[in-house]
Design a binder for this molecule. Structure first.
Ligand code: CP
Length: 323
């Protein structure tokens, strides 16, 4: 296999297969469709349940999460088990990181335990890329969220959910709403939507929570929520990321809710059959009203379930498994 440094796209092998999943930026539509179709094959069409398959028997997958997680870490674990892999969750809180061990020393030691795949979440953008460049050629790396940069499996499970409920992405108008500035989810969603041919990707945010490069990413920018979601097929809400908010000029939570919180009244500006997504965890009463979060148009819990199938698809494709 070619070395990572020599490969034009470090996520792909020389013959164009997925080698690591680090970002959706630059991944071809062919690969995105392959992941979504593979995920679909893992869901029982009659019951909606995620299947158990023997594809990754003998494969050792290490979840190393340096940031907290409920959904991503757990669904990666479930996905690995449904693929019949051996899964290890490193508890960073009780690991030797607290004694000053470096990230790469930790990775080397886990690799010596015969890891085949690392699933990595880290507060530093680029952490998963660093590990992918460092590990031996047979080891695969999945980015489970790095700083503000990327959360590729979240972007993919959001595409799966959109496709499942609303049909092909190239027929949809979609609005991404909220704290875009601090959101790795928004970046992954935008890359996936544009690659899959979404004809209208809108971004709705207060000016202070809007990154400078949005226009160059091919999206339409709105400041007013009512205007931004008018007539869309799907509203992709984002969490207000208080933990990344140092120095951000932001209205109070009450003011934010008044202007950008998705209430049943505001949701009426979208199409009547529009769906509402949220990656979680939700700040109820800040970016989303409970009536919307728990309402008929919300597909927030199905997103979590589809996350299992999408993560199974990613890990099986990385490991070279066929469905
Ligand atoms: N959506 C998401 O990444 O949630 P967790 O932080 O709980 O994994």
């Amino acid at each position: 296999m070619m070395s990572l440094r020599m490969t034009p796209n470090p996520q792909l092998t020389e013959d164009g297969r997925l080698r690591h999943l680090l970002t959706l930026d630059g991944l071809p539509a062919r690969i995105l469709h392959q992941i979504l179709d593979t995920a679909e094959s893992f869901i029982n069409a009659d019951t909606g349940e995620v299947k158990k398959v023997p594809l990754l028997r003998g494969v050792a997958i290490f979840n190393i999460f340096f940031e907290n997680s409920t959904r991503t870490r757990t669904t990666f674990e479930i996905a690995a088990k449904r693929l019949s892999a051996d899964v290890v969750n490193l508890n960073i809180g009780t690991s030797s990181q607290s004694k000053g061990e470096t990230l790469l020393d930790t990775v080397d030691n886990l690799a010596a335990m015969q890891a085949n795949m690392f699933v990595v979440r880290h507060s530093a953008a680029g952490a998963a890329h660093l590990i992918a460049r460092h590990v031996a050629p047979h080891i695969r790396v999945v980015n489970a969220g790095d700083g503000r940069a990327a959360h590729p499996t979240q972007g993919l499970l959001d595409m799966y959910t959109l496709r499942h409920f609303k049909g092909p992405i190239h027929n949809l108008r979609v609005a991404i709403v909220g704290d875009v500035l601090h959101s790795r989810v928004a970046r992954s969603q935008i890359h996936a939507l544009t690659t899959l041919g979404c004809p209208e990707v809108r971004v709705v945010a207060p000016r202070t929570l809007l990154p400078r490069d949005m226009q160059s990413m091919g999206v339409h920018v709105y400041e007013r929520l009512e205007e931004g979601i008018r007539g869309v097929d799907a509203v992709l809400m984002l969490r207000l990321q208080n933990e990344r908010m140092q120095g951000a000029r932001l209205p109070s939570a009450g003011e934010y809710y008044k202007r950008w919180g998705l209430t049943p009244e505001k949701l009426k500006y979208a199409r009547p059959d529009a769906i509402v997504l949220h990656p979680g965890p939700m700040n109820r009463g800040v970016e989303i009203d409970s009536e919307v979060a728990d309402g008929k148009q919300a597909v927030i819990l199905p997103q979590v379930t589809y996350g299992i199938a999408v993560r199974m698809a990613v890990m099986s494709l990385l490991a070279g498994g066929q469905t």
